[in-house]
Design a protein around this ligand. Structure first.
Ligand code: XMP
Length: 317
């Protein structure tokens, strides 16, 4: 019978045999899959696992620092790379969602390749691929898939020539979570909502600037913190704020304002393929709206997305 403990025991034994004294490089995203893969590999080969965590400047507020800290506490051999400016430069002026995704994928590969080169004698690429990623012919999820979708673009980056080790490629998401819990991984990592690889870049409609990222991070943090303190975070499948490139008139004291709109999105779903908008309590929405408008400079209006998928998608881009 499958149990998390038996899976962990056999997988670690298999990884030890397969990898011996070899070195593995793995990109962490802050998500569940790459984190669980990293801890399994770390238990099997220790410091021969070299983890790389890239700050693309498109993560949630303070997320890079706090996740990097959790990883260090877990004892992982990890290098955090501040590549914010490289991503902002590549995104400057881009408005088309697919062009933004491509630019982010390309820069991620460049940054990861540079970092992988610093690991002397590495021969394996570790990935948090799970079973649904294996059976989905074209997957859009996670940095690993970003890498896959770039297989055919020009020559392969050097790290793509490495052998691949994917310890989770027989598991479903709920099994990955159970394995993660049995490994003692923090609920703060295991319980987090899915977050797209391109991050806030596809939640800022139109072109990206560091100023817009800052505004969206503030609004999103107020939103997510309120979901947590109201005890609804774990009941929602995915939630996030979206920055709309729309200005509307408002009034502050006796001043007229002309500022941007923040949209709140929260959905219930099993796998992201279909989704229903969450019926969040009105008093919670009211509190969040007030906090955002009173605290986030540049925002004078908050709206709530009441569209389900299909036909709307979860993300706006
Ligand atoms: P949609 O918007 O297609 O989203 O309903 C379904 C799920 O996929 C996530 N998503 C992405 N994840 N790269 C990712 O890693 C992407 O480009 C991307 N686009 C959407 C989305 O957050 C939701 O969980």
């Amino acid at each position: 019978d499958w149990t998390p403990d038996s899976f962990i025991e056999t997988t670690i034994a298999e990884l030890k045999t397969k990898l011996g004294e070899d070195k593995v490089v793995l990109g962490l995203s802050g998500g569940v899959d790459s984190s669980v893969a990293a801890v399994l590999l770390h238990q099997a080969i220790g410091a021969n696992l070299h983890c790389i965590f890239v700050d693309n400047g498109l993560l949630r507020k303070d997320e890079f620092e706090s996740v990097l800290d959790s990883y260090k506490h877990m004892g992982l051999n990890i290098k955090g790379i501040d590549a914010k400016q490289r991503f902002y430069d590549a995104l400057a002026g881009l408005t088309d969602p697919e062009k933004k995704r491509k630019a982010i994928g390309r820069v991620f590969i460049e940054v990861f390749d540079d970092a992988a080169h610093e690991v002397q004698g590495v021969s394996w690429l570790g990935q948090g691929t799970i079973y649904p990623d294996v059976i989905e012919s074209v997957s859009v999820k996670g940095p690993s898939a970003t890498i896959k979708s770039h297989h055919n673009v020009g020559g392969l980056p050097d790290f793509m020539k490495l052998k691949v080790v994917e310890p989770l490629n027989t598991l479903f998401k709920d099994e990955v979570r159970r394995v993660g819990a049995a490994l003692g991984i923090d609920q703060n990592i295991l319980g987090r909502h899915p977050f797209p690889g391109p991050g806030l870049a596809i939640r800022i409609l139109g072109d990206i600037t560091p100023e817009k990222v800052d505004i969206l991070q503030q609004a999103d943090a107020i939103y997510i913190n309120n979901l947590r303190s109201a005890g609804v975070y774990d009941k929602v499948w995915q939630a996030g704020a979206i920055y709309l490139p729309v200005q509307s008139v408002g009034v502050m004291g006796d001043e007229r304002t002309y500022e941007n709109v923040i949209c709140l999105r929260a959905v219930e779903s099993l796998d992201g393929m279909t989704a229903d908008w969450c019926h969040l309590p009105y008093n919670l929405l009211a509190k969040i709206s007030n906090e955002i408008i009173n605290n986030v400079k540049g925002i004078n209006r908050v709206v709530y997305d009441i569209s389900s998928k299909p036909p709307a998608t979860i993300e706006w881009e």
